[in-house]
Each structure stands twice: as structure tokens, then as C-alpha cells.
Write a protein that binds this ligand. Structure first.
Ligand code: IMO
Ligand code: MG
Length: 462
């Protein structure tokens, strides 16, 4: 039976090239009518390349660049309103205009709003190398029941709500001059935007007034896209396919990641329900398919345990060849070997039906490829329980299995179109991962998508 709901999730510490798969699915499966974000916020980063145009998205679902797709931002997403408006103008630069967006984007009235004061709070208390997009503070406000939600923009009371939020945060935060920076926009001359991509605020009040002004300039656009997405999404015909696009990743999950070096929203399969209001029954009736995306190695940004991390010429090479720096923050990503203990644990919790391996091409330079197959403690004892937190994870040492290198070049790899034609060492590597997961989970998970280059269509479908 065909799947009418597809969930794409990151299985490592983020940046697995999830967007590459969602772009592929959107373009390969013409039945995709809806692309839905359900978690994270402006911390997520995704580059879409269409017709030689490069579009950076953080909050927008990636269907926004493809005609006739309805994009939904669910209640589980934190709407950093300044980032959202920057992205909107960035899309305008790429000829995706406000009118098109208004007809193809719906934002949940229940989605919580991140204001610049929450972003500043994140920045001024950042201990774990967050993206400084206000994720933790917004979730804190949500927990404390003081946060703003998108529905607050529907009446003019939003001005008072914003002022209250600033006053609240000002009551405990230590202010220092703060510079807000976004990549320059191509066409930012229109008076209606008055959006400044690089602006320094001397006082919190200046920042608030600036934010109020930008929101006021765009309030009609914002009001137009707010909807009660719960009934909308549950009423989508069972004949049409919904793509749920996960942000962040399993290793950053607020409950199951390396706490406290995690993000603050849920990143696992169930987040697509709690972050949109779609029922489990609805997903089952759609024969939901869950796809985990993983790189042939691992990267991580910010601090946090990373048992297979390397700091040597190999990791420097992976960093360079794999262009491992962040879309959201531009930071260099730390690099390490593939960790199958982590992959198996994320498959256990997320229930992947299929997997997508990415960035095999980056490892073409290596003469051997290592994968972690077990953790041991400092005395060499094998650890059977997956560590529940950062401190415990820091005590893990990887036990490796080593494979021969691919013995091919990225140029040659890119031309291969079937699994059978792949170099034997890559086939062994992929077969081994599937066998390993079967041993651990007693269920077969097909590594169905094998990326042979960064290009969306350079994929072997197995
Ligand atoms: P995508 O969707 C990589 C990391 C941050 C930091 C921690 C907490 O591109 O895979 P936060 O700003 O969320 O409070 O930061 O989580 N992090 C990501 N790292 N890719 C992401 O998203 C990330 N989202 C959060 O680096 O360590
Ligand atoms: Mg990222």
C-alpha cells in the first residue's frame, strides 16, 4: 500500500542532509501536496538549489520553492518572527513573492513566537554553543505559560503582549549592547520592509521598538497566514501525501539526546503528532513511512559528547571536502566516524522504515573507513544500555570495525546508478550496516536511498 504520510528525520546530531532527501521526494513524488514542519525553529538550516537559485530556509518548509505545494508550519515550531521575516524577504529576492507565499503557507495559530528578547537571552546565557536563535528561552517561556503564540498577532493587543514579554525578560536578564545580523538581502530597498540586516541595539527598548516597527510593517502578511492547522491537517484527503520534514536530530532530542547538550524541542517521530495535532490513527490510515537520514560519518556543532570524534588530518579533510560548516551559524562542524550504536538506538526510538545514507562521496579520499559498533568504558567493559545523558556519554570509548576505502573517486561514484554497480567496498559497508541493525533490532531496515553526490538526483534507490 502506498504511503500517504512520509516523515523524514535526522538520526545523528543534525546536518545529515535531510533537506536533500525532502527536495528529492517533493520532486520525485508528484503526489506530495503538503510539506509540514513540526519541530525546531530558526535553528534548523537547509539549502535548496532550484534552477541555479540557492535558497536558504530555516523556518519555511522546503516545499515553498516548488509550485503548488501547501506548506504548513505546525504548532510545534518556534516562530522566530524576525528570522521568519528575513527568510520571507530572502524568498522575495528569489522571485517567490508575498502573494505566492500567502497562498502557499499556513502557520499554526498555536505556534509559539520567539522575539528578539528571547534571542538575546539565548545569546547572553549560551553555555552549550546553541544557534542563538532563542530556542531554549522560548521553550522556557512556553513551560512557564508566559510565551506569545501566533494567534496573539490576530488582534492589536499583540503590541501589549510584546511589551509585556520584553518587560518580563528585562526583569532578570543582564543587558548588554546586542547586534542582530542576517545575511544581506538583494533587494531590501522597499520602504515597507525597512529590514536592517545588520543593526546594533544599545538598549533593550531600542530593540523592542525596532521589532515592533518591523512587525507592524508586515502585520497584514503575518495575519493572513495564521490558521488553526489542527483541523486543516486532519482533514487532508487520504489520497494526498503529506511530507513531514523533521528539523534537528535524534542526538539533539530534548529527551533522548545527550542532555543537557541538546536542543529544546522534540526531534523524534512522535513530534510530528504533538507538533501538528495529526492523530496517530490518521498516520496509520495513511500507512505512514518514517525515513531516517544519516551521513557515512558524523558531524556535530556546539558542545556535547561525541564518542567517535576525531581531531586529526582525517577530520580536517572530512570538514573541507564535506563543506562541514553550518547553514544557520556558519560554524565549523566537528567530524567523527559513523556511530552504529547511536544509529541503532535512534532507529529503536524513531522506528525507521527506511534509511538514507548521505555523503559517501566525501570519504572517497580515505584509505579505510571506520564505524563504531560498540561502546566500552575506561576499563574495557562493553556498555549495553545506551547512555542517557551527556556525562555518561563522555565516558564512552568507541570500538571500531574497519572497512577498506571505497577505491573510487567522487566523479566516478556520481555516475553510478544501481546498487550492484557500486564499488564492492561500499556494498560491503552498506550491507554490514543493515545486518548490524537487524542483529540489534530484529527488524530489517532497508538503506533505500544512497546518495552518490550532493546533487539531489544523484541517488541510488535500492
Ligand atoms: P538541522 O535541522 C545542527 C544544536 C546546536 C547546539 C544545540 C542546541 O540543520 O539539522 P539550539 O539553538 O537548538 O538551542 O542549540 O543543538 N543544533 C543543531 N546542530 N543542526 C541543527 O539543525 C541543529 N539544531 C540545533 O548546535 O549544540
Ligand atoms: Mg544545521
Amino acid at each position: 500500500m502506498t504511503s500517504r504520510a512520509i516523515v523524514v528525520l535526522g538520526s545523528q546530531y543534525g546536518d545529515e542532509a535531510k533537506g536533500n532527501l525532502t527536495d528529492y521526494i517533493i520532486n520525485a513524488d508528484n503526489n506530495i501536496k503538503y510539506v509540514v514542519r513540526f519541530n525546531g525553529g530558526a535553528n534548523a538550516g537547509h539549502t535548496i538549489i532550484i534552477d541555479n537559485k540557492t535558497i536558504d530556509t530555516h523556518l519555511y518548509p522546503s516545499g515553498i520553492a516548488t509550485d503548488n505545494i501547501i506548506n504548513i508550519i505546525g504548532n510545534g515550531v518556534l516562530m522566530n518572527i524576525m528570522s521568519f521575516l528575513w527568510e520571507t524577504f530572502h524568498l522575495n529576492d528569489k522571485n517567490i513573492n508575498l502573494d505566492y507565499i500567502s497562498k502557499h503557507l499556513i502557520v499554526s495559530s498555536r505556534a509559539h513566537v520567539t522575539l528578539l528578547c528571547q534571542q538575546f537571552w539565548d545569546y547572553s546565557t549560551n553555555k552549550i554553543g546553541t544557534t542563538n536563535k532563542g530556542i531554549g528561552p522560548t521553550m522556557a517561556c512556553k513551560g512557564l505559560r508566559v510565551a506569545m503564540r501566533m494567534e496573539d498577532f490576530l488582534t492589536d493587543d499583540y503590541v501589549v503582549k510584546i511589551k509585556n514579554m520584553y518587560n518580563y525578560i528585562n526583569s532578570f536578564i543582564k543587558w548588554e549592547p546586542y547586534t542582530l545580523t542576517f545575511p544581506e538581502l538583494d533587494n531590501n530597498k522597499s520602504d515597507s520592509n525597512m529590514f536592517n540586516c545588520h543593526i546594533k541595539f544599545e538598549t533593550m527598548e531600542d530593540m523592542m521598538n525596532y521589532e515592533l516597527k518591523i512587525i507592524d510593517n508586515n502585520i497584514n502578511f503575518i495575519r493572513n497566514i495564521i490558521k488553526d492547522t489542527v483541523s486543516y491537517i486532519n482533514n487532508i484527503s487520504r489520497d494526498e501525501t503529506i511530507l513531514f520534514e523533521g528539523a534537528n536530530a535524534f542526538g539533539l532530542d530534548t529527551d533522548f539526546g545527550t542532555y543537557p547538550c541538546v536542543t529544546s524541542t522534540s526531534c523524534i517521530t512522535s513530534a510530528c503528532m504533538s507538533g501538528t495535532g495529526i492523530s496517530m490513527k490518521n498516520l496509520i490510515e495513511r500507512n505512514v513511512k518514517i525515513i531516517g537520514v544519516f551521513k557515512a560519518y558524523i558531524t556535530r556543532v556546539g558542545s556535547g559528547a561525541f564518542p567517535t570524534q576525531e581531531k586529526n588530518s582525517w577530520s580536517a579533510m572530512v570538514q573541507t571536502v564535506g563543506k562541514e560548516y553550518g547553514v544557520t551559524t556558519g560554524r565549523k562542524r566537528n567530524c567523527g566516524h559513523l556511530d552504529l550504536v547511536q544509529l541503532a538506538h535512534s532507529a529503536l526510538i524513531n522506528g525507521y522504515d527506511e534509511l538514507n545514507i548521505t555523503k559517501l562521496d566525501v570519504l572517497c579520499f580515505a584509505t579505510e573507513v571506520k564505524v563504531c559498533i560498540d561502546y566500552c568504558d575506561k576499563d574495557g567493559n562493553i556498555i549495553n544500555e545506551f547512555p542517557s545523558c551527556e556525562n555518561r556519554m563522555q565516558e564512552m570509548f568507541p570500538i571500531y570495525k574497519t572497512f577498506d576505502g571505497w577505491n573510487t573517486t567522487p566523479e566516478k561514484l556520481k555516475t553510478i546508478k544501481t546498487f550492484e554497480d557500486l564499488p564492492i567496498n561500499i556494498k560491503n559497508f552498506i550491507n554490514y550496516i543493515e545486518e548490524y541493525l537487524y542483529e540489534r533490532l530484529k527488524t530489517r531496515i532497508n538503506i533505500k536511498y544512497i546518495n552518490t553526490s550532493y546533487s539531489r538526483n544523484d541517488k541510488i534507490i535500492k
